[in-house]
Design a protein around this ligand. Structure first.
Ligand SMILES: *[C@@H]1O[C@H](CO)[C@@H](O)[C@H](O)[C@H]1NC(C)=O
Length: 452
């Protein structure tokens, strides 16, 4: 195992201990939770860099254009409602469907045309991300399941607010057969059509927690790619392991390639007449898949293994930071990480200066630079805040957590991770939790932590 692997990231050994994602009973109640095993931006259309577009890429959004601007032109059927000009777009084409199973062609041109007609939205200062997550339509069986889902959702909202990212949370199953961990594909497909202004769609499983509220995806690094997930190429291509990547957190570019890729992906899922056959193929092709039900993660590994020429060069497996990490290796370290960050903030005045929450991206970058400097100076890998902590196998909604975990370890781990994240948010409101397992908060003294 490479030593660069983050301690929070599952290794093949961890993969062997990794829970089954879901048993049959919990599949329906945790439909959006991808309890997977191993560890998973700009107007670029499927890897093309149209020169006419580069102008939009860096242009700042004019401050005067509000999303809620309402035109004074009347809605008289001749066009001109709000900011939507009368020229027809794909929205006016009855053959374009939001549903999987109906192919969309020329998507890049359709999206580009919409952006041309809505230049305010094309002119993003940086690549726009739309975050997607979701959970089941009905109440959770676990008595604290809905409470946990609310807090897991709040954590995503906090991250999005601090970074100017829009979020859509789905409680609907858009295709009746695409259940369990397959639910996300129809949602992503519909969201791409609903958000032509978004360059990237960022799927984040409901049981994944942002544990670094400052970190931002290095989108520049992902420019040549259309899909980024946490994973290790040698585990895909040499070990042929279904836990060589994680399909519970990924970004996918809003482009034709992605629509085609999702169609190929969904063709192995439960909406396909070949679903059962695919389950057997995946079990036979992958070295460690035990059951013969086709799951989305194994299907993704298979597409890389067998169709690398078609898809591989646009898929990037990120493992240089905790794009998403297995909670078991993380939750026990959170106090020590807090200690390191507190020491750093005692030394660096700029990091403890109180500020408006809206300025957080700037302060976050400052902290990020300092962490990088100190890491280079002192080494000590493993004290950087993990970006995303994924509660794989915990099944918060059904409560059917994997039997590998003792008693309350899942719920306690979630509480710790959620409070760890919340302390980063509450800090700008002048409070913090009195310990990671304590629901009580205490006010922060002025110039904290220098005054402690
Ligand atoms: C936390 O830090 C202490 C003191 O350096 C060390 O003894 C302990 O092993 C660390 N705990 C973890 C979980 O890393």
């Amino acid at each position: 195992m490479s030593s660069s692997m983050h301690p929070g990231s599952p290794s093949p050994a961890a993969g062997a201990l990794m829970p089954r994602r879901s048993n049959k009973a919990s599949i329906l109640s945790d439909i959006f939770v991808f309890a997977g095993g191993a560890a998973f931006t700009v107007l670029i259309f499927c890897g093309l860099y149209p020169s006419s577009f580069s102008v939009f890429v860096n242009a700042p959004m004019p401050a005067s254009i509000s999303r809620y601007h309402v035109s004074d032109r009347p809605f008289d059927g001749s066009g001109g409602v709000y900011n939507d000009p009368p020229a027809a777009t794909y929205y006016d084409d009855p053959s374009v469907s939001y549903s999987i199973g109906s192919r969309i062609g020329e998507w890049d041109a359709k999206r580009r045309e919409w952006l041309r007609l809505h230049p305010a939205y094309a002119a993003a200062g940086r690549e726009r991300l739309l975050m997607l997550s979701g959970s089941q339509p009905g109440p959770c069986r676990n008595p604290v399941g809905d409470h946990l889902l609310l807090r897991l959702f709040k954590n995503k909202v906090d991250y999005c607010r601090r970074h100017g990212i829009e979020i859509f949370y789905s409680n609907a199953v858009l295709h009746p057969d695409m259940n369990s961990f397959w639910t996300k594909i129809p949602i992503i497909r519909a969201a791409m059509l609903a958000h032509p202004e978004a360059e990237w769609v960022w799927w984040v499983d409901s049981d994944a927690v942002f544990t670094d509220m400052d970190f931002e995806l290095p989108l520049d690094r992902y420019r040549p790619y259309n899909l980024v997930a946490n994973g290790w190429p040698h585990l895909v291509y040499d070990a042929r392991s279904w836990v060589s990547l994680n399909a519970g957190v990924f970004i996918i570019r809003n482009c034709q390639w992605s629509l085609d890729f999702m169609a190929a992906w969904a063709a192995m899922g439960p909406a396909s007449p070949d679903y059962e056959r695919w389950g057997k193929i995946l079990k036979a092709e992958l070295s460690d898949k035990e059951d013969d039900a086709a799951d989305d993660q194994s299907a993704l590994v298979y597409l890389l293994l067998k169709h690398k020429d078609r898809w591989g060069d646009k898929i990037y497996l990120e493992n240089e930071y905790t794009f998403q990490g297995y909670w078991i290796g993380i939750v026990g370290r959170l106090e020590n990480i807090t200690t390191k960050y507190t020491e750093m903030e005692r030394r660096v005045h700029g990091l403890r200066r109180r500020h408006a929450e809206i300025l957080n991206r700037d302060y976050g970058r400052l902290r990020e630079e300092q962490v990088t400097r100190e890491e280079a100076l002192r080494g000590g890998e493993g004290w950087r805040r993990p970006f995303i902590t994924h509660f794989t196998g915990c099944q918060p909604c059904s409560g059917d957590h994997n039997k590998l975990y003792s008693g309350n370890s899942c719920w306690e781990g979630m509480q710790r991770a959620l409070h760890f994240a919340d302390d980063q948010v509450l800090r700008d409101y002048g409070f913090r939790h009195d310990g990671l397992l304590n629901i009580d908060v205490k006010p922060l003294p002025f110039d904290y932590p220098a005054t402690e």
